[in-house]
Design a protein around this ligand. Structure first.
Ligand code: NAD
Length: 323
């Protein structure tokens, strides 16, 4: 059985859906600080904090858990700069509690939500896993520290892990039952679609003087269900005795902010008014993944590679939100 931390959040709930559709058994642990009950369908949900040892004891004693897929974290980069304690505490200290509980209960398989934020400013694109890791904010550092801890726990205690460094998670369940719902929302696609749906009046583009063809930042958008597939494959590999490893997960294609807004306008059939704002500190002009390693070693085959399909799924959710 798989313990999914943060399984009531955006990416975690899609992973739960993916495993459930394959008939696999999961239990979700979520504090519900940012989670949604409606995102967890008919799988057991334990409401609690992963930093709380009593909650973890209860979980590991009650369920036959042999693997942990760990999404739970705080993930607002800007907030991590103004309130780093919140990030080091939750993302690092609580992850340590979880790893120690796993150690005590003899659970060795661990899939970790890492991030391209562990790389910091790109020295080259597309970025492969050999790119130096030099995070530039506490959020990225918190993920980087966890990777270091996992590496040491592997050497010392035999933890087996896959650190999955996502680029921009996007899209939603094509059937529209679950989707992206962050509050506050900071991601480009849902914000643009919320302008299209009338939930917001306009949106801001942060900088149009970057060294890119249209001056706006370029990012790599990967469908949330393709991320789910990669988690499943990475776990299969560990269960089959595979070594610990780390993988970049992206579409390997970059789209500028303006290009994404144009596709959002096309998919929604609505105009999306924008205003220009200043650059945000720490926003690199271009972030694009090389995911060759995940494809080669995990047999990962992203299914939703068309940006229009990704945005169509997000639009379908945005206009029929359940939470
Ligand atoms: N969304 C992205 O594009 C992206 C990119 C790179 C990495 N990530 C990472 O992926 C993971 C999931 O991101 P998301 O967008 O689904 O975020 P999310 O906020 O939607 O989901 C995170 C979930 O974790 C829960 N949680 C947080 N702290 C907890 C704790 N101490 N105990 C129990 N539950 C806790 C929250 O309530 C929430 O439901 C995070 O670790 C994030 O850092 C996300």
């Amino acid at each position: 059985m798989i313990l999914v931390t943060g399984g009531a959040g955006y990416i975690g709930s899609h992973y739960v859906l993916y495993e459930r559709n394959r008939g696999n058994k999961v239990v979700v642990l979520d504090s519900m600080v940012y989670g949604h009950r409606g995102a967890v369908k008919d799988v057991p949900l334990v409401v609690g904090d992963m930093g709380d040892r009593l909650t973890l004891d209860r979980l590991f004693n009650k369920y036959p858990i042999d693997a942990v897929v760990h999404f739970a974290a705080f993930a607002y980069v800007g907030e991590s700069v103004t309130d780093p304690e919140k990030y080091y505490n939750n993302n690092v200290r609580s992850t340590l509690s979880l790893l120690d509980a796993m150690r005590q209960y003899g659970v060795r398989n661990f899939i970790f939500s890492s991030s391209c934020a562990t790389y910091g400013n790109p020295k080259y694109v597309p970025m492969d896993e050999k790119h130096p890791q030099n995070p530039i904010n506490p959020y990225g550092e918190s993920k980087f520290f966890c990777e270091k801890i996992m590496n040491a726990y592997d050497k010392a205690y035999g933890l087996r892990y896959a650190a999955l460094r996502y680029f921009n998670a996007s899209g939603s369940d094509p059937d529209g039952n679950i989707g992206e719902s962050h509050d506050p929302e900071t991601h480009l696609i849902p914000i643009a679609l919320q302008v299209a749906s009338g939930m917001r009046d306009k949106m801001t583009i942060f900088g149009d003087d970057y060294d890119t063809p249209d001056g706006t930042c370029i990012r790599d958008y990967i469908h949330v269900l393709d991320l789910a597939q990669a988690h499943s494959l990475a776990l299969e590999r560990l269960r089959d005795g595979g070594e610990s490893s780390y993988y970049n997960l992206g579409s390997e294609t970059g789209y500028s902010v303006r290009e994404i807004i144009n596709v959002c306008e096309k998919v929604s059939g609505k105009a999306i008014p924008v205003e220009m704002g200043p650059r945000r500190e720490g926003d690199p002009p271009r972030l694009v993944a090389s995911s060759a390693k995940a494809k080669r070693e995990l047999g990962w085959e992203p299914k939703y590679t068309d940006i229009e399909a990704i945005i169509r799924h997000a639009w379908n959710w945005e206009t029929n939100r359940k939470y």
